[in-house]
Design a binder for this molecule. Structure first.
Ligand SMILES: [Zn+2]
Length: 284
C-alpha cells in the first residue's frame, strides 16, 4: 500500500528514493483506501491522507516543466520531482493514485442535486444516494506538440510564469466539441500565430495535476510569422538543432524535465538525447 498526502507520495527518501510501501494494517486513521490493481507480486492499494496540499482545479496547468520544490516531511515527495527515479510499475501506481485522490478531493458532492456522494467500486466510482446517479473520475485531454518548419526547425515558446530562459513546446487543453488535431492547430495559432498543417500523433502521458492526459503530436508549420500572444506565451521562435544545442550547452535556455513528454518530443526532433549539462541548468 502506498500513501498519498495531497500532491505528494510517501517515499523511502535518500538519493535512490523509491515509493514507500506499507502493509494495509498500517493504514492511517481516517485515510481513504483505493484499489490500484494487481500483478504477480500481489495487489496494490493507496491510502489517501487528508491534506491541504491538493492540486485543485484552479491549478489547471498543462505543462509545468519546472515543477515546484515544496518543504514538508522528508519522506514525502512531489511526483514531478521523483518520477524519473521510479520504474514503470511504481510511476503508474503513483500517477493513478494521485489522479484518483485529486478527483475525490474535488468531487465530493453530486453535480445534479448537491447531495454528498458515497465511494463505491474500491474508489473508482462515486454514487449519489439521493438520485442514484453514478460519477466517474474525469480526465481532461490536453495536446502538446512539436511544430517544425520547412527548414526542420522546432517552435519553442516561453510562458511568463516560467523562470527566465525556460522554453518548451506549445500545449493546451482540448475544448468541448474539438478534435485533438483541431486543438493542436488552434493552440499553436492562438499562442504564436503559426499556422499548422499536417498533424501526426506520437505518444501520450498521464499528467494528474490534477487530471490531465497529455496527448503528444508532431505538426508541420504552413506559415511561420511567429507572433507570441503576449499572455500565455511571451516569447516564441523556431530553433535549428545547432541553435538549440548551443543555447542548451551554454545555459542560455532551460528545457523541460527528462521525464516529460515535452522533453521527449524535443529530443525526438533533435534526434538523440540532449547532451548532459550541469544539473543547475538542466531544468529550473
Ligand atoms: Zn444527486
Amino acid at each position: 500500500m502506498l500513501t498519498v498526502d495531497g500532491d505528494r507520495v510517501a517515499t523511502t527518501g535518500g538519493d535512490d528514493t523509491a515509493l514507500a510501501f506499507v502493509p494495509p494494517s498500517d493504514r492511517a486513521e481516517g485515510a481513504r483506501l483505493l484499489y490500484l490493481g494487481r500483478d504477480d507480486d500481489g495487489a496494490y492499494l493507496a491510502q489517501i491522507l487528508g491534506s491541504e496540499h491538493h492540486a485543485g482545479d484552479a491549478d489547471r496547468r498543462t505543462d509545468d516543466p519546472q515543477g515546484s520544490t515544496t518543504g514538508g516531511s522528508e519522506s514525502y515527495a512531489v511526483l514531478r520531482e521523483i518520477g524519473w527515479q521510479l520504474g514503470d510499475r511504481d510511476a503508474g501506481l503513483a500517477v493513478g493514485a494521485l489522479a484518483l485522490a485529486n478527483w475525490h478531493h474535488t468531487h465530493s458532492h453530486c453535480p445534479r442535486c448537491g447531495t454528498a456522494t458515497e465511494v463505491i467500486d474500491a474508489g473508482w466510482v462515486r454514487r449519489c444516494p439521493a438520485d442514484e446517479s453514478l460519477h466517474y473520475p474525469r480526465t481532461d485531454a490536453a495536446v502538446i506538440m512539436a511544430i517544425t518548419d520547412d527548414a526542420g526547425r522546432i517552435l519553442l515558446g516561453h510562458a511568463p510564469q516560467w523562470p527566465d530562459g525556460q522554453f518548451s513546446v506549445p500545449a493546451g487543453f482540448v475544448e468541448p466539441g474539438e478534435s485533438l488535431e483541431a486543438a493542436v492547430r488552434r493552440e499553436v495559432f492562438e499562442e504564436t500565430n503559426v499556422v499548422v498543417g499536417e498533424v501526426t500523433y506520437r505518444a501520450s502521458q498521464p499528467w494528474p495535476f490534477p487530471a490531465s492526459l497529455m496527448v503528444g503530436f508532431v505538426g508541420r508549420a504552413l506559415a511561420i510569422d511567429v507572433r507570441p500572444d503576449g499572455e500565455e506565451i511571451t516569447e516564441a521562435r523556431f530553433f535549428s538543432a545547432d541553435e538549440l544545442r548551443t543555447a542548451w550547452t551554454t545555459g542560455t535556455i532551460r528545457l523541460p524535465r527528462p521525464t516529460s513528454i515535452a522533453r521527449s518530443l524535443i529530443e525526438e526532433w533533435f534526434g538523440e538525447p540532449l547532451p548532459e549539462v550541469e544539473t543547475a541548468r538542466r531544468w529550473a
